[in-house]
Design a protein around this ligand. Structure first.
Ligand SMILES: NC(=O)C1=CN([C@@H]2O[C@H](COP(=O)(O)OP(=O)(O)OC[C@H]3O[C@@H](n4cnc5c(N)ncnc54)[C@H](OP(=O)(O)O)[C@@H]3O)[C@@H](O)[C@H]2O)C=CC1
Ligand SMILES: CC(C)(CO)C(=O)C(=O)O
Length: 304
């Protein structure tokens, strides 16, 4: 199989390394000249093991097979610029898995390459942490993906599903992918934004009832929007179990957004609070907590 990745960061390298461990010839990393030179010079490490990935440039597209599966693993602010780099690796049968959090990346990519190539996806339950060319994780979590609705395993991804099993990658194909995406969105709105504004790692969140209350306040707004859109959640139940999602994650690791803040990188706040505010206006649901979080995160970014 030809499994291509763009974005060798925390999540990209987690999946690239697992597939590489199963069969190195399956994996190619699409990148640009600057990153390729750096990666080849400095190497890349996942959980302290060195990986010698094959790096390819957009100009190589004519000389390699089209991708069977293409993982998009960049951050939200890098997405627009990355599309032209991977576009030429997409053939008639290529399926694209956008691992980005949030509810908007599939549409952004699909508008450029055709929605027929898109699967809906996210990763959950991992605590991947990146520092330069080194990534570590204690929990590899679950890849949740599929078409918008999935009664059974879609034929388009049957071979890929076999590969995931052989490569020992935990995955789930939910019946209602839209509902699953919103469930993850609720978690990110809470965990990512509160950990980022307060600079809390998972250990801090597990033992801080004030942070947990703030998380529930932010999440409640998303649940109200989802329910208004008829993507049904039991609000009390969802809020009660919100914190369960981080109980198994390593205390010293933190959300991808908090990692960004600590490293002085611009965050994905536009696809989190920004999207909640937009959807709140559209659906006539007040979103004061997310408005505050949006301004706080933008204010922090202004200091970088
Ligand atoms: N980290 C986690 O545990 C989780 C993350 N997510 C989501 O996954 C997505 C990815 O996050 P994460 O892996 O943490 O992000 P990272 O910042 O660790 O990784 C993004 C990678 O993409 C690379 N990149 C950016 N632009 C390009 C380009 N044009 N060409 C080639 N490579 C490029 C970056 O390189 P460079 O550094 O050189 O810019 C970086 O290596 C986000 O949407 C995040 O919310 C979801 C669940 C868990
Ligand atoms: C759920 C969580 C918080 C960790 O997997 C995440 O999605 C992130 O860090 O972006």
């Amino acid at each position: 199989m030809n499994i291509y990745f763009i974005g060798l960061g925390a999540l990209g390298s987690l999946y690239a390394s697992k597939i590489y461990d199963y069969n190195p010839s399956f994996v190619k990393i699409i990148t640009d000249e600057r990153r390729k030179e750096k990666l080849e010079k400095e190497g890349f490490y996942v959980n302290q093991k060195s990986y010698n990935f094959e790096y390819i440039l957009p100009k190589d597209a004519a000389n390699v097979p089209k991708a069977d599966i293409l993982f998009v693993c960049v951050k939200y602010l890098q997405l627009e610029n990355s599309i032209p780099l991977f576009q030429d690796f997409i053939g008639e049968k290529t399926k694209v898995i956008s691992i980005l959090n949030g509810i908007s990346s599939e549409k952004i990519i699909g508008e450029k390459i055709g929605m027929e190539h898109m699967l809906y996806a996210y990763g959950v339950g991992m605590d991947a942490f990146r520092e330069g060319n080194k990534v570590r994780f204690s929990q590899e979590g679950t890849l949740v993906f599929g078409e918008k609705t999935n009664d059974e395993i879609p034929a388009s991804i049957a071979t890929f599903v076999t590969l995931l099993q052989k490569a020992n990658i935990q995955f789930k194909i939910p019946e209602d992918m839209e509902h699953a995406l919103w469930k993850k969105f609720i978690l990110n709105i809470a965990a990512n934004q509160i950990s980022a504004t307060l600079r809390l790692n998972y250990g801090n969140i597990k033992h801080n009832e004030f942070a947990q209350k703030l998380m529930r306040m932010a999440a409640a707004e998303v649940i109200d929007i989802a329910n208004k859109k008829e993507i049904h959640f039991d609000k009390a139940d969802e809020l009660e179990h919100l914190i369960d999602n981080i109980q198994k994650l390593a205390d010293e690791n933190t959300t991808s957004m908090c990692q960004d803040i600590l490293a002085h990188r611009y965050t994905e706040v536009d696809m989190f609070a920004g999207e909640v505010i937009r959807q709140g206006i559209e659906n006539n649901i007040p979103t004061p907590v997310n408005e505050l979080l949006y301004l706080e995160i933008k204010a922090i970014e202004k200091t970088f």
